[in-house]
Design a protein around this ligand. Structure first.
Ligand SMILES: NC(=O)c1ccc[n+]([C@@H]2O[C@H](COP(=O)([O-])OP(=O)(O)OC[C@H]3O[C@@H](n4cnc5c(N)ncnc54)[C@H](O)[C@@H]3O)[C@@H](O)[C@H]2O)c1
Length: 347
């Protein structure tokens, strides 16, 4: 058991801001460092939280022997691999926002480096820390609805968020949005493995300016015959900043679980903005002394895993399996036919 750790957060935008707050509040963290290239945002976060030192160059955090744990929340996602590799090679524990990498070779290298250096390494699949989702995993593991037959997750986020994500990366809705739900269902259905995937995209809005689809459906067959359907769309009109609307159906031989994660339970109407749904984004948001959503607890879990030497909930090998699945889904779109798994295109 380590009494306290020193943490560095790289990239303190939306998610990195939440991670910084969670670390700043936590007694397991002694010194908190941030690296942020946006001067105004760096000053804002440093002032808002208990930050020991704020720098612009992330390499300073890697070179600092005082820091034992790094959280990577920068964008674009292509920045993650060099940051994670450098941090792991320096013997630091690493929490990295999804995706694990942009190629399977990079994912393998990061996983192996973490093993060699005997440090914690995990990926931000935050929905596993949403209690509704954890309940599905618990119910399936305990056989509450018998043998699973079919699972559906349909998720839509706002076009504001869709433009932000697709504007910084060429990654598909499968890689950037459905990835959370593929991870969630693979986690729930373990030790079953995906064996086949078929995927289609549709696009009429974003396609006016780029080749980004508006929506992607992914249909997966598991090795015991269970089917998974995951839909990811990012063109909803604004309902609240970064609003997410999700509907889950899990049908089993002895029962069914229907989860409404549409965030319509809190309904705010103002003459200025009309109807809004507060506390409705995927990471969630602080509400005074409480936090509505999974990202805060996910961060606390990681700090706890490092200090108490406990296993991380999201193993990097699992994140690589998710990557293998959404990469195969994108290949299916390209080919217009089902793809068999695993796709070991690199060897
Ligand atoms: N788990 C979830 O629910 C969830 C939700 C949204 C986003 N994400 C993931 O979190 C990550 C961050 O997304 P976001 O929406 O917070 O992005 P963001 O754009 O709001 O924040 C990224 C920050 O990184 C900073 N940055 C960029 N390059 C940097 C560098 N070289 N050094 C230091 N700082 C740098 C930017 O200035 C910005 O402030 C992404 O990987 C995204 O996929 C996860």
């Amino acid at each position: 058991m380590i009494e306290q750790i020193n943490v560095g957060v790289i990239g303190t935008g939306w998610c990195g801001g939440i991670r910084t707050k969670a670390c700043s509040d936590n007694p397991l963290v002694d010194k908190l460092f941030i690296a942020e290239i946006n001067d105004a945002r760096r000053a804002e976060v440093a002032e808002q939280y208990d930050v020991h030192e704020a720098v612009s160059d992330w390499q300073n955090l890697i070179l600092n022997p005082d820091i034992d744990t790094i959280i990577i929340s920068a964008t674009p996602e292509t920045t993650h691999y060099p940051m994670a590799l450098a941090a792991l090679q320096a013997g630091k524990n690493v929490f990295m926002e999804k995706p694990i990498a942009t190629t399977l070779e990079q994912a393998d290298e990061l996983i192996q480096t973490a093993i060699d250096k005997e440090v914690k390494f995990t990926i931000g699949y935050s929905q596993r820390f949403n209690s509704k989702y954890a309940y599905v995993q618990k119910a399936l593991t305990e056989g509450l609805i018998g043998e699973p037959v079919t699972c559906l997750v349909s998720r839509h986020v706002t076009r504001e968020l869709g433009s932000k994500i697709s504007g910084r990366t060429a990654l598909s809705p499968a890689a950037m949005e459905a990835t959370h739900d593929l991870d969630f269902l693979l986690w729930c259905l373990r030790p079953r493995k995906p064996v086949k995937v078929y995927s289609q995209t549709a696009g009429k809005l974003f396609s006016k300016n780029s080749d980004t689809p508006d929506h992607q459906w992914i249909l997966v067959t598991m090795d015991d015959g269970t089917t998974i359907t995951v839909g990811a769309g990012w063109i909803l009109p604004l309902g609240y900043p970064n609003y997410a609307h999700t509907w889950i159906e899990v049908i089993g031989t002895d029962g069914a679980l229907i989860i409404d994660d549409s965030h319509k339970d809190v309904h705010l109407t103002t003459t200025k903005d009309g109807i809004r749904y507060p506390m409705s984004s995927m990471p969630g948001e602080p509400v005074n002394h409480t936090y509505a959503g999974p990202m805060y607890e996910e961060t606390v879990h990681f700090l706890d895993a490092v200090c108490r030497n406990k296993p991380v909930l999201v193993k990097p090998e699992e994140a690589k399996e998710v990557m293998d699945l959404y990469t195969a889904a994108d290949l299916s779109v390209e080919r217009g036919e089902p793809v068999m798994l695993p796709v070991n295109s690199y060897g």
